[in-house]
Write a protein that binds this ligand. Structure first.
Ligand code: P6P
Length: 342
């Protein structure tokens, strides 16, 4: 492709190189079904703009005191970082006021916030996943999911946002790493765009990303091994057998970054439940379900160790769940190990 400098190089094993230089706005418009109103397209464009704004701050975090803590403890009991606060405010202000988003659920807000009561969509998001890594300059990311309300004329009710991930109409993430990438799906495959900071556009990079059949990595925090259920130890033993795939262990401490690398190279990420914390750490609504939606769109799966994450209906905005995401065969094997043996 002569138009790009430097050439983006070959696509990942499980993807296609974008054929032409295309912005995410143009790609969304071209992908939009003929009968669509364009509302979801413009909502996703708002998220892309939020990603640009957050990326610009993330790039300069070390220079503008955005590193470090906001001096507030959030609903999760975690120290809010200034970038958490900024990312949450940017997403909320860009998504509200256009008659597109009825309500927004955020990791950083104890309660759901109603934006435009008679709007058709609900957004769930983790504005800055992995924020404990900000000071260490490790990749972090924004995770989002979009539901379409069954009756936009009705009063907003919690069944508008406490829904199984299978009801999502879109999901994705913005990864603030060595480059800023927006990866999303509207149910027609997974597509990746790279932010060109000089142009200020997310440019098409890869389309139809799928987990490669031959996985390369598994992502587990082995510091927690003594606290894991026996099913996890059986899975680790399976991983280390001579007759099973040889995978390398890579764990960044930022689920979006681990997920992204495993999507490109094949693998499985896990944050298991523990004996004294069987619900695990990650949140179902705005972490597990949106990433499971993407995994399924890329030929993989998301599971809590027994059930597909997309089939779990949350009962609380911030409920936690064990999360396993990646190649379907690896997630299937993990479930077999949890179900007492292979
Ligand atoms: P630990 C980040 O806080 C996060 O929610 C995920 O992005 C990440 O994979 C995990 O927690 C890291 O948690 O306990 O391994 O440091």
């Amino acid at each position: 492709m002569s138009a790009l400098d430097p050439d983006p190089g070959p696509p990942p094993v499980g993807g296609e190189a974008a054929e032409v230089l295309v912005t995410i706005e143009r790609f969304l418009a071209d992908q939009q079904p003929g009968e669509a109103s364009g509302t979801l397209t413009r909502l996703l464009e708002d998220i892309a703009l939020a990603g640009k704004l957050i990326a610009s701050r993330t790039r300069r975090a070390g220079l503008t005191e955005l590193l470090g803590k906001a001096g507030v403890v959030n609903v999760q009991g975690e120290d809010q970082k200034l970038l958490d606060v900024y990312a949450d405010e940017v997403m909320t202000s860009l998504l509200g006021g256009h008659g597109r988003v009825c309500a927004i659920v955020s990791e950083e807000q104890a309660e759901v916030r109603v934006l435009d009561p008679d709007a058709p969509y609900v957004v769930v998001h983790d504005p800055m996943d992995g924020s404990s890594n900000i000071d260490a300059n490790v990749s972090i990311g924004t995770i989002f999911g979009v539901f379409r309300r069954e009756d936009p004329t009705a009063e907003p009710v919690q069944t508008d946002w406490l829904r199984p991930g299978r009801d999502l109409v879109a999901a994705g993430y913005v990864l603030y790493g060595t480059s800023t990438m927006l990866v999303y799906s509207v149910g027609q495959g997974v597509h990746a765009f790279t932010l060109d900071p000089e142009v200020g556009e997310f440019l098409g990079t890869w389309t139809d990303l799928r987990f490669p059949d031959d996985a390369a990595y598994y992502s587990l925090n082995f510091a927690s091994l003594p606290h894991w259920d026996s099913g996890m130890t059986r899975f680790v033993e399976w991983l280390n057998r001579d007759d099973t795939p040889t995978l390398s262990q890579r764990y960044i401490g930022s689920a979006v970054a681990d997920f992204h690398r495993n999507l490109l190279h094949g693998g499985v990420y896990g944050y298991p439940g523990e004996i004294d914390r069987p619900e695990g750490k990650l949140r179902l609504v705005y972490e597990g379900a949106p990433l499971a939606f993407l995994a399924a769109q890329a030929g993989g799966r998301g599971s809590d160790g027994a059930r597909d994450l997309l089939d779990i209906t949350p009962t609380d905005l911030h409920e936690r769940t064990p999360v396993f995401l990646g190649n379907a065969d690896l997630v299937d094997q993990l479930e077999r190990c949890f179900a007492d043996g292979e």
